[in-house]
Design a protein around this ligand. Structure first.
Ligand SMILES: [Zn+2]
Length: 46
């Protein structure tokens, strides 16, 4: 399952496989800032 995140710092989106999401925060691949990981595992389309 792939999870889509949006960086709060640079506003870009990126995809991470849920298996890689093992911590409460990720680093944005674009700006290296930490991005909080939502705990829900359901689709969260806006
Ligand atoms: Zn970023």
């Amino acid at each position: 399952m792939l999870l889509k995140f949006q960086c709060l710092s640079c506003g870009k989106t990126f995809i991470v496989e849920d298996l890689e999401v093992d911590e409460s925060e990720l680093s944005c691949p674009h700006c290296q800032q930490e991005v909080p990981v939502p705990e829900c595992d359901e689709d969260e389309e806006e």
